[in-house]
Design a binder for this molecule. Structure first.
Ligand SMILES: Nc1nc2c(ncn2[C@@H]2O[C@H](COP(=O)(O)OP(=O)(O)O)[C@@H](O)[C@H]2O)c(=O)[nH]1
Ligand SMILES: [Mg+2]
Ligand SMILES: [Zn+2]
Length: 299
């Protein structure tokens, strides 16, 4: 570290500037020096003091992991960094979106982080919904993904949820209105977190979270809440890369007849053989195809 540089952790990203937590726990509002890559929440940086609790980010330290999203222009931009786990929250309301869950799982896999699927609003599960939820859980568990059932409203599953967060840095993702802010509030009741109401007209929650924020958890570990995760697009991913995002495909390494098999209609495709045998779920294969050929599905 040079001269008057200090180590810092980016805990809030407003886009144009960031809040940095220094080693002593003090918070400083910083701007990034020109020429630095885009700074995101979770970044470890070196910065210099320029005024009263203000500073300039001088250096971005190497990122252990980085979660990417589409930049709207065929490329990618980082959303958060140095995370260990992507917590994918879903709920029966507004809707249970299987494709969105799979898309987040792929993003987690491609970032070399562990996905965890949390089904919130368990209090809303009626007897006729139980089959659907149990199947979802069983199927993800069979692939090797952990799942949890919670109710932020009734405070159930929160102990298990807390245990999954300890001593890791996680990001909480999921469509608007599933209860992300509500779950965070259960973990950090003293924090001022806005809980959106489901708007009756659209069924979507209000956009209440405005900046990406890293919260330190009382029992150790960090949780990042980000508004950039509601409408999430992977962007262009190499075909072979995309297949790496599906954990159950990894059971058939190099078994397709063609090295560059895209697992569509190629002869001798081990993935499609597994699909026919029931080793791979049609639902998951459909998610793979949609991500491989978004233009065909109008995505
Ligand atoms: N029934 C029920 N409603 C919940 C639960 N968790 C959150 N909600 C409600 O769902 C709506 C959206 O919650 P919010 O935390 O703002 O969702 P976010 O958009 O994902 O941050 C609010 O009206 C919450 O009160 C739950 O476990 N059960
Ligand atoms: Mg929220
Ligand atoms: Zn194949």
């Amino acid at each position: 570290m040079t001269g008057n540089s200090h180590a810092g952790l980016v805990i809030v990203n407003y886009g144009k500037n960031q809040l940095i937590e220094a080693a002593n726990g003090e918070i400083y509002r910083c701007v990034a020096r020109r020429g630095l890559p885009q700074i995101v929440c979770g970044d470890e940086v070196e910065w210099q003091l320029t005024g009263n609790h203000a500073g300039v980010i001088e250096t971005l330290l190497p990122r252990r992991t980085v979660l990417l999203r589409a930049d709207g222009n065929k490329g990618h931009r980082p959303l958060v960094s140095n995370i260990d786990q992507v917590i994918i929250e879903a709920a029966l309301e507004p809707t249970l979106d299987y494709f969105l869950i799979d898309k987040y799982i792929v993003a987690a896999e491609l970032a070399n982080t562990e996905p965890l699927v949390v089904i919130n609003k368990s209090d809303l599960i009626r007897p006729e919904d139980r089959d659907r939820i149990e199947t979802l859980i069983r199927e993800y568990n069979a692939i090797g993904y952990s799942t949890l059932l919670t109710s932020a409203l009734e405070n159930t599953g929160i102990e298990e949820f807390t245990n999954c967060l300890t001593n890791k840095t996680s990001i909480l993702v999921g469509q608007s209105g599933v209860g992300k802010s509500s779950l965070i509030k259960r973990l950090l009741p003293e924090r001022d977190i806005t809980i959106g109401k489901l708007s009756d007209a659209s069924g979507l929650g209000k956009h209440t979270t405005t900046s990406t924020t890293l919260y330190h958890l009382p029992r150790g570990g960090n949780l990042i809440d980000s508004p950039g995760v509601r409408d999430f697009h992977l962007g262009d991913v190499d075909d072979s890369e995309l297949a790496n995002g599906f954990r159950e495909f990894q059971a058939y390494p190099g078994q397709c007849r063609f090295n560059d098999c895209r697992h569509l209609t190629e002869p001798g495709c081990a993935i499609n053989t597994a699909l026919a045998d029931g080793g791979i779920l049609e639902r998951r294969m459909e998610s793979y195809r949609r991500l491989l050929q978004p233009e065909k599905y109008n995505l």
